[in-house]
Design a protein around this ligand. Structure first.
Ligand code: NAP
Length: 299
């Protein structure tokens, strides 16, 4: 193996520590940033995510408001809760855990969130602002990928970046962020012709597909930085399961210059970036959008 392993777990821990210093600076001025998380139903994976979000929110010193609603909650009731959270001055960020039950129109719910409290960056206004290159809350997973890339590579300008996947949650915002960093960006997807040849152009490759070990070693330009967003749970013969990414790790690590592992790469960055976005939203909404003498500015 030649690639440097990008330790997302350690980077996320460092980011949370810096955020905690900033939060303490705000709390000393009488402002406690608050994050509301709304979970509808009993999806097991969502329950784990929400538990982790709540715990990490409290660990950095922010207020956490958890709203767990039954699976048969009506869209009207959920929209009413969003309106209450929009008006609550102690709430700086609102996160609606996806997926929502099929009976609820997720797009309508996301659009109901106050754009100033949209810490997931999913409100159409914020999606548009990011596409226009304007300041906007950025979806947490691509923001985490960008932070890791800048940490490893420094200035990204002029690099060829290939993003595999065009979802609204990962692929498209990732491409917008890399473009904002002046990369030359290609977005590949399920209809892309000769995907290995396209990926081989990348100095940066971000895989966000949801297909276990799809990206192979001979697709990678030697020395490229490879970010594996995929989380695929594979069953093992002994009945247990393990997570693997979209990248064939051993093969790609032999060729790449740097690579994120799964788990321990992009995954831990997502919640850390959610807290980062909440702090940023708090600063803007409450008029603290300047460096605090007591704390380092993270954003
Ligand atoms: P998604 O909405 O299912 O999008 C998958 C994308 O991959 C689509 O654009 C699809 O193309 C493309 N694709 C599918 N098969 C392909 C193929 N054979 N060749 C090239 N492209 C192909 O998934 P997502 O929400 O973006 O998530 C992607 C992965 O990231 C999943 O494993 C998910 O669990 C993981 N994830 C991780 C985090 C984290 O915190 N680490 C957060 C979010 C997601 P089309 O558009 O043409 O269908």
């Amino acid at each position: 193996m030649s690639a440097r392993i990008i330790d997302g777990k350690a980077f996320a821990a460092g980011l949370r520590a810096r955020l905690a210093v900033e939060v303490a600076g705000l709390v000393a001025r009488g402002v406690t940033p608050g994050l509301a998380v709304v979970l509808v139903g009993e999806d097991p994976a969502s329950q784990v995510y929400v538990r982790n979000k709540t715990a990490q929110t409290r660990e950095v010193g922010m207020a956490s408001f958890e709203h767990r609603l039954p699976a048969d909650t009506s869209e009207a009731a959920l929209l009413a809760l969003i309106r209450v959270l929009n008006r609550n001055d102690g709430v700086d960020g609102i996160l609606v855990q996806l997926p929502l039950p099929a009976s609820i129109d997720a797009a309508r719910v996301l659009e109901a969130v106050d754009p100033a409290k949209d810490v997931d960056g999913f409100h159409p206004l914020n999606v548009g602002r990011l596409a226009a290159g304007l300041d906007a809350p950025v979806p947490c997973t691509p923001l985490g990928c960008l932070m890791l890339l800048k940490d490893v590579l420094g200035d990204l300008a002029g690099r060829e970046a290939v993003v595999i996947g065009r979802s609204t949650i990962v692929g498209k915002p990732m491409a917008a962020l890399l473009l904002r960093e002046s990369c030359t960006v290609t977005i590949a997807h399920s209809r892309t012709r000769d995907l290995p040849a396209v990926v081989r152009r990348g100095d940066i490759v971000v895989a966000a597909v949801g297909k276990p070990a799809m990206v192979r070693g001979d697709w990678i330009k030697p020395g490229a930085a490879v970010i594996d967003v995929g989380i695929n749970r594979m069953s093992l013969p002994d009945g247990k399961s393990r997570l693997i990414g979209d990248v064939a790790f051993d093969e790609v690590a032999a060729v790449a210059g740097a690579i994120t592992p799964v788990p321990g790469g992009v995954g831990p960055m997502t919640i850390a970036c959610l807290l980062h976005n909440t702090l940023t939203a708090c600063r803007k909404r409450r008029g603290f959008d300047f460096p605090l003498p007591s704390g380092e500015r993270v954003g």
